[in-house]
Design a protein around this ligand. Structure first.
Ligand code: GLN
Length: 500
């Protein structure tokens, strides 16, 4: 039963390991795909860099935007487990399509994975929260561990898929014109492993993630009608071609972003009218976290865009001869693996001493680290040579500081969503948390484009100065946001009604 699961002894519930591995393989598939996108579009589909970047941004935004839809359907109709299977299944279809013929069916395959991720990603995170009783101070540590699983998958997938596709690995074993097929095929295989792992997990989850029941007027509960479940499956298939069209023409993505956020807010406000005053106030607190996280990701996600250009142009290899772009891509995941468990244990230790900062202060710290990290990127400028090439080592230190910020915000955000939302809105609120990431990705693209424009003819040194002064501004914004959060923390604490 649920109590047996939640009354576990020790630091972590044992079911968390199963969720850890399912999510790890899913992120392998996802980050493998993500790593291949821009490369494939430029080298194989012959898109120019600008279009490739825009379309990359659009897919990233849609992936995270769709988690909101996936979350709502899970709450209302499917339950978390069925959502997860359906999402995983769509991701497998998408990767199989890509592995059969990536050149012809590229956008079709990608759209399947976008919708699939929407059904998978928020709902597995919500299930992690369900392993804990409300108020259990081990929850944040659990999410830190889970976050390490995310990043282990990200590191492996991001590395292997791209390396195989580009022919840097197993080049002798795979004929040249089949490398991308194999790389996309690998994403499909790991996704199958993820689902098989989840099948074995299921038995140990008790009632967690089962399909919700419908409450009749007389208070009795009955199963959800089958046609509604099948309706969700059909509807999600209709989304696939729609997303395909919107990704191919990125103006549509703009319109989508302009409308979906406001509509979502309206919907949340509507749901808020149906709950008690205390629940409403907690949802409102959740919304504050969500809005701030947009700012966080908008700055943080420079890593996929402008920072990869910066890494290619302005960084040397003074760190063990490592490739600056490789470090920029996977350094964050590497550092998270290094610090996730120690930070989780630190939270437990601090809470035993009654010193654990509450969530909002942790968020504030997250922003301060993010800001310091961007100041450190700015500082690389003082180590540059006359050609505008500067130190990868200093940049790597900056990456480490930013990762500390990510650990104070991203896993904590997952955790606080499960704590602040009502039982019936868990999936939706987790979806909203990720929807904020969609906006973050979108904003990050705009900021990145802004940093990059009008500098095409400048020298490397001028580019270095322009980029680093942009990063200094971003650092300042992050620090301001952190200070604001810490200043309003007493207020938010009130809204949270005892949730920590
Ligand atoms: N890197 C984390 C993940 O993939 C967080 C992503 C996000 O919320 N933007 O789950």
């Amino acid at each position: 039963t649920l109590d047996q699961i939640q009354d576990f002894k020790g630091k972590y519930p044992r079911q968390i390991w199963s969720l850890f591995f399912s999510e790890m393989w899913e992120r392998f598939c996802f980050y493998g795909m993500r790593g291949m996108l821009v490369f494939f579009m430029i080298s194989q589909l012959h898109l120019d860099e600008k279009d490739a970047n825009l379309q990359y941004g659009a897919t990233q935004a849609f992936v995270y935007a769709f988690t909101f839809v996936g979350g709502i359907f899970a709450d209302k109709i499917l339950g978390f487990r069925k959502s997860l299977f359906w999402g995983g299944f769509l991701m497998i279809i998408g990767s199989v399509i890509l592995s059969i013929n990536p050149h012809t069916y590229f956008f079709l395959g990608i759209s399947f994975t976008v919708v699939g991720t929407g059904f998978f990603k928020p709902n597995i995170s919500t299930m992690v929260g369900k392993l804990y009783k409300s108020g259990d101070n081990r929850t944040d540590a659990g999410f830190s561990l889970f976050y390490a699983g995310i990043n282990l998958g990200a590191l492996l997938g991001g590395y292997f898929c791209v390396a195989i596709g580009k022919g840097e690995m197993f080049a002798n074993l795979i004929p040249e014109d089949k490398r991308w097929n194999v790389a996309f095929g690998l994403a499909a295989v790991v996704m199958v492993i993820s689902l098989i792992n989840f099948i074995f997990t299921q038995r140990r989850l008790g009632p967690i993630g089962l399909q919700p029941l419908k409450i009749l007027k007389d208070g009795s509960e009955v199963a959800i009608e089958k046609w509604k479940e099948y309706g969700v499956y059909v509807l999600s298939l209709i989304f696939v071609p729609l997303i395909m069209i919107m990704v191919a023409k990125t103006e549509y993505t703009d319109y989508f972003m302009y409308t979906v956020g406001p509509l979502t807010l309206l919907y949340l406000f509507y749901e808020m009218t149906k709950v008690s005053a205390v629940e409403r106030s907690k949802l409102f607190a959740a919304l504050i976290f969500i809005l701030f996280s947009i700012v966080f990701w908008g700055i943080y996600e420079q890593s996929g865009g402008s920072l990869s250009i910066f890494a290619a142009q302005n960084l040397n290899q003074d760190l063990l001869g490592l490739d600056p772009n490789g470090v920029n891509n996977s350094g964050g995941a590497f550092f998270i693996l290094l610090v996730a468990v120690p930070i989780g244990l630190l939270w437990i230790w601090l809470s035993k001493k009654k010193l654990e900062p509450n969530t909002i202060i942790k968020f504030g710290l997250g922003f301060l680290f993010l800001g310091l990290g961007f100041y450190a990127i700015f500082a690389t400028k003082f180590f540059a040579n006359a050609m505008g090439v500067t130190s990868l080592s200093i940049f790597t230190i900056a990456l480490f500081i930013i990762t500390l910020g990510e650990m104070c915000l991203s896993p904590i955000g997952l955790s606080i969503m499960t704590k602040l939302s009502t039982e019936k809105l868990q999936g939706m609120m987790m979806g909203m948390w990720f929807l904020a990431s969609a906006y973050g990705q979108y904003v990050a693209g705009l900021i990145g484009a802004n940093l990059a424009t009008a500098r095409e003819n400048s020298s490397n040194l001028e580019k270095l100065n322009a980029y680093t002064s942009g990063y200094k501004d971003l650092g300042l914004y992050a620090i301001i946001a952190g200070v604001v959060l810490i200043l309003i923390s007493p207020l938010v604490k009130k809204l949270m009604h005892g949730v920590k």
